[in-house]
Design a protein around this ligand. Sequence first.
Ligand code: FAD
Length: 280
Amino acid sequence: MAKQKPRISFEFFPPKTEAGMDKLLNTVNPALNELNPAFFSVTYGAGGSTRDTTLDVVSAIAEKGIDVAPHLSFGGDDENSVGNLLDTYRERGIKRLVALRGDRPSGFGHSTHMVYANELVAFVRERHGDHFQIEVAAYPEIHPEAESYDTDVQFLKGKFDAGANSAITQFFYNVEAYFYFLDRCADAGIDGPIYAGVMPFINFDNIQRFASNTGAEIPRWVCKRMESLRGNEEDMQKFGVDVVTQLCQTLLENGCPGIHFYTMNQVEPTQQIYSNLGLA
Ligand code: FAD
């Protein structure tokens, strides 16, 4: 039987400047769209800080007839404003969402009530039925605030039970962590697909910072090799592309249903990895 083509999606963040917006919409998006992804997604800043820019990027991509999913979270907003934003997305032809609790905006204390992602999924289903395909977040190396491995898996199950269709993982470089996690999710009765979130090495220092914030582990040998290549940007890029190509290859050969690339609004190296995988 022919192997099913993996689902590929690309994530952007809303740029802060007009030049960044112009580059994203007129260069990066068209170049990556040539790779024929299932959809693009656009992040949403903690506490609604990118409410307008996320909407602008999503609307501009949707106007070209391209499938695009806004990320959405309550942050500090009430039901009215989240409900209005959802209505606007629907009016603009959006059919897919990434539903999140969201990161805590700096200044928000840990005691602040945050609306969990399962509650947002239920809210969307209650208001819009099956209109939206809903993606949620999953954590093969476990969410940094989770009480335990098992509770985190149970809360992921809660998001599926509330109506999510599929999940996209936090980025990771430990392939065993992903497949072990899939098995524990299956044990817990989760039967929706869990797509792998993959972060190409674009700026190693930034990725180390993200990794320490999100609890993703960068293998020691990768850190050591990157350190020894410091000063030679081209070699760092090449090594990073090789490592991530190998990661994706192992994932796809072993049953991962598809990959969500955290592109960081760059065409390279996502395009290079995609081509190395023979997906182009
Ligand atoms: P939840 O699933 O709500 O879980 C949050 C924590 O609470 C976990 O520790 C969980 O174990 C626990 N928990 C879950 N449900 C419950 C419950 N009902 N009761 C008690 N505890 C519970 N952040 C942004 O700010 N903007 C983005 O655009 C964005 N996009 C992302 C896209 C992807 C694919 C991923 C993987 C992450 C993204 N994030 C984004 C980061 C995400 O917002 C953070 O990881 C956030 O801290 C948790 O969001 P969540 O939706 O996973 O939360």
